[in-house]
Design a protein around this ligand. Structure first.
Ligand code: HAM
Length: 425
């Protein structure tokens, strides 16, 4: 038997109803905050992620699905391509390539699959789904303002509220900017020098190439060492400090609870200033339901104009796991089973089905070779409330027998009134 690859899975009905329920709800929220949908390619040049997310991150150094895409002709150059491990780099690339600032498009959202070669476990997959949004661009859109950070966070709280997800915690930090980060990196390097030899191989490398990434380390033996390292909060310059206070003050004004976690650096290199995660207790070890932050230098790092930005991505797999609704509760069941009775009645039944579906009635259609008993059994098993009998007599008289499977009640309904009668609960 051929199985789905490790870390991937089939999303099946009725669960897909929950996914659609979530996506419909988030689209509604994005609409009232004036975000518009963008769809970028599922694969991009490898270089985009190396430059955008950062060579030294776990994502780029260990987790990407990358291949050499050979040119068709001998003379064509081959190209390194990668299945997207995240969508922010792709959105910023699209922003630059399509000059979206010229079209006034600066608030974008996306829903789609991402790919990371991680060790699969509950809530962690190799193909997973993100719902994300990005605010990009210079003034007048104001994406550099702390008001945008707070607005994005307030939108997230609204979104989780609308889905009925409670019990989340917002963790917030400022990771500084290109002006204050160098001094922090220097202090980190110094503090790491005497202890790196006792740390894991990854940290030994990170200590030299990109010391901030030491904070991503999950190796238990390294944690006591990491605990004693200098904190970014001690190195923020005045502008970053003020920015962080402004964000917190607006959040307090709109009554969004948060906690400051000065260890939170997130696993991607592009972040500046505000970085955040929403965690949820019910999720287990992989408890980050979403993450995001500001990335003011990303556009320039990708060869674009200065364009400050802030955004987030929700792990849709984890969001669906946090819902309290059942798939059945959001699924619309068929309203009626049409049972054609007798030879030649498939035609009449098809006409009836077409009429009813035009009125948004969900119809299951049988076959004239089935006995009535089988129709009743099928409808009952599928929890379909009504069976509509389409026999010769009914067709001629224009009044059809409608049987309520639960109550056993059987009534005769005129053709023109069928849709209304069936939909009336
Ligand atoms: P990230 O923290 O790498 O950020 O991913 C965001 C969310 O995606 C995580 O909080 C988690 O819920 C979900 N996620 C990540 N990896 C997996 C996995 N293997 N299986 C299931 N869910 C997963 C980003 O991707 C940034 N692009 C977010 C962002 C947007 N920052 C600014 N704009």
């Amino acid at each position: 038997m051929i199985k789905a690859p490790r870390g991937t899975r089939d999303l099946l009905p009725p669960d897909t109803a929950l996914w659609n329920f979530v996506e419909a709800a988030v689209r509604d929220v994005f609409r009232i905050y004036n975000f518009h949908e963008i769809r970028t390619p599922i694969f991009e040049s490898t270089e985009l992620f190396a430059r955008g997310v950062g060579e030294e991150t776990d994502i780029v150094s260990k987790e990407m699905y990358t291949w050499e895409d050979k040119g068709r002709a001998e003379s064509d150059k081959s190209q390194m391509l990668t299945l997207r491990p995240e969508n922010t780099a792709g959105v910023v690339r699209a922003y630059i390539e399509n000059k979206l600032w010229d079209r006034g498009l600066n608030k974008l959202f996306y829903i789609g699959p991402q790919f990371r070669r991680e060790r699969p476990q509950k809530g962690r997959y190799r193909q997973f789904y993100q719902i994300g949004a990005e605010v990009i661009g210079p003034a007048p859109s104001g994406s550099e303002s702390p008001a945008r950070d707070a607005e994005v966070l307030e939108m997230l709280a609204t979104l989780l509220d609308r889905l009925g997800i409670t019990g989340w915690t917002l963790e917030l930090n400022s990771v500084g900017c290109k002006d204050c980060r160098p001094a922090f990196n220097e202090a980190l390097r110094k503090a790491l020098e005497p202890v790196t030899a006792t740390m894991c191989a990854d940290c030994q490398r990170r200590a030299v190439t990109n010391p901030l990434r030491v904070f991503d380390c999950k190796v238990p033996a390294d944690q006591p060492i990491i605990e004693k390292l200098p904190r970014l909060s001690e190195f923020l310059d005045d502008a970053c400090r003020k920015n962080f206070v402004d964000v917190q003050e607006i959040l307090t004004a709109v009554e969004i609870p948060f906690t400051v976690n000065d260890r939170l650096v997130r696993g991607l290199d592009y972040y500046t200033r505000t970085a955040f995660e929403f965690t949820h207790g019910a999720l287990g070890a992989q408890n980050a339901i979403l993450g995001g932050g500001r990335y003011d230098g990303l556009s320039e790092a990708l060869g674009g104009p200065p364009a400050p930005g802030i955004g987030f991505a929700i792990g849709e797999d984890r969001l669906v796991m946090s819902l309290t609704q059942s798939a059945e509760s959001v699924l619309r069941k068929p309203d009626v089973y049409i049972a054609p009775l007798g030879v030649g009645m498939n035609r009449e039944a098809a006409r009836l089905a077409r009429e009813l579906r035009r009125h948004d009635v969900i119809v299951e259609l049988g076959d004239e070779s089935f006995r009535l008993k089988k129709a009743f059994e099928t409808a009952s098993k599928a929890s379909i409330r009504y069976v509509l009998i389409a026999g010769e007599n009914e067709a001629q008289s224009g009044a059809f027998t409608l049987k309520n499977i639960e109550s056993g009640e059987q009534i005769s309904v005129a053709r023109a009134e069928l849709a209304e009668r069936i939909r009336k609960r």
